[in-house]
Design a protein around this ligand. Structure first.
Ligand SMILES: Nc1ncnc2c1ncn2[C@@H]1O[C@H](COP(=O)(O)OP(=O)(O)OP(=O)(O)O)[C@@H](O)[C@H]1O
Ligand SMILES: [Mg+2]
Length: 368
């Protein structure tokens, strides 16, 4: 799938911009602070309804304006769909082909995006919640049912946590909550595990092709060992574990096991990249992770996702830059930002749609 054209109004440092995009490689080039990342972010927001950079939607609206709007044509199997998002003072209006969409999960499963951005390094260095957010985002795009299950799980989790704050706990009622919680937990565990297993099938080779280093893999860490357990065994194990934790949970007034405590770890052989990886290796690890998702999206959705790469080249030497570019197959729409085209293969540059950004505008050929 790809976005053929984009229109943004009052988004970040843009007033009003119309832009045609190539279905292959697009390179957004410009000096620091001109609006490259903002443009990439607008495509992300168009697809996923919120930004990866800011939890506050109002930050996306141009200073001193009241609302912003992003519109784009998404082409999938030669069929064009118009997506539109308008953000206005804590309100968001989503439209597909001019029809208002009420349910978020219906909207965000439409356009599939894989993004790499510099802050993604937090996936290795940051808190577990960053990695869970990554899992949730990717799985919500792959399967609109995932978000529904996750929302239900979180609702039950909140009820359970609130209940644990009571002075007197009715064990029968807690048991009922446990069973609801476990039912949703198992679905989430299974979907996450399947996703991580699939990533690991591609990850090692991609990382090796870019760096020449073998045995890169990720590990999915859960409160219980999931290996080869069927649903019934999982249910029993979770019930046992919750029973075991009971006293501690009463004391801490919080649910201590479940997918809300999951984590991912990144390894080269037996070394955890968090402690051992160089800055460049950590960067390539995350890029490899994102690239390994391309085929998964293709398999789940029947279409390649759109790849957004923000500042992917910094800190990479010439070899690794070009090794990386080899991965950006022709069938995929890639939108990449960079401050310069140094050390990038001329053949690749020639085939690309180069878009120069200056102060929230496209610099047309001939502009000074
Ligand atoms: N809500 C907003 N209203 C107006 N301007 C904004 C808003 N949010 C951000 N900006 C401006 O956008 C500019 C940053 O744009 P952006 O992050 O896209 O730069 P960039 O081209 O990616 O630069 P770099 O190469 O440094 O990453 C800054 O000048 C910032 O002040
Ligand atoms: Mg930027």
């Amino acid at each position: 799938m790809y976005i053929s054209n984009l229109k943004i109004i009052n988004f970040r440092n843009y007033d009003s911009l119309k832009l045609d995009l190539s279905k292959n490689l697009n390179i957004l080039i410009g000096e620091n602070g001109q609006g490259k990342t903002n443009l990439l972010e607008s495509i992300y927001v168009l697809g996923l309804t919120k930004s990866y950079r800011s939890f506050i939607d109002n930050n996306l609206i141009k200073k001193n304006k009241h609302n912003c709007k992003i519109t784009g044509n998404l082409i999938e199997n030669n069929i064009s769909t118009k997506l539109e998002i308008k953000i206005e003072n804590k309100k968001k209006i989503l439209k597909i082909d001019s029809n208002i969409i009420k349910k978020n999960s219906d909207y965000i499963s439409k356009m599939n995006i894989i993004i790499f951005y510099p802050e993604d390094l937090d996936l290795i260095k940051g808190a577990p919640s960053t990695r869970r957010r990554f899992l949730n985002l990717e799985l919500s795009q792959l399967n609109s049912g995932y978000l529904d299950v996750l929302n239900n799980y979180n609702k039950i989790l909140k009820i359970r946590n609130d209940y644990l704050k009571n002075q007197y706990i009715d064990n029968n009622y807690l048991e009922i909550l446990n069973n609801y919680l476990i039912e949703k937990a198992i679905i989430i565990y299974k979907m996450r595990k399947k996703f991580v297993d699939k990533i690991n099938l591609n990850l090692k080779n991609i990382f090796f092709d870019i760096t020449g280093i073998e045995n890169f893999n990720i590990k999915y860490r859960t409160s219980i060992n999931l290996d080869n357990l069927d649903n019934l065994e999982l249910k029993k194990k979770l019930q046992e574990k919750l029973n075991e934790m009971k006293e501690k949970e009463f004391k801490l007034k919080s649910t201590l096991i479940g997918p809300h405590r999951d984590d991912l770890e990144f390894y080269i052989d037996k070394s955890n990249l968090k402690n051992y990886g160089s800055q460049g290796q950590q960067r390539i690890a995350i890029i490899s992770l994102k690239l390994s998702e391309i085929d998964i999206f293709k398999k789940y959705k029947g279409e390649y996702p759109i790849l957004l790469l923000d500042d992917v080249f910094s800190e990479l030497d010439e070899n690794k830059k070009n090794n990386l570019l080899k991965y950006l197959k022709n069938e995929i729409q890639v939108i990449i930002t960079t401050t310069d085209l140094n050390n990038i293969d001329k053949k690749i540059i020639k085939k690309s749609n180069i878009i120069e950004i200056k102060d929230g505008n496209i610099k047309l050929e001939g502009d000074v």
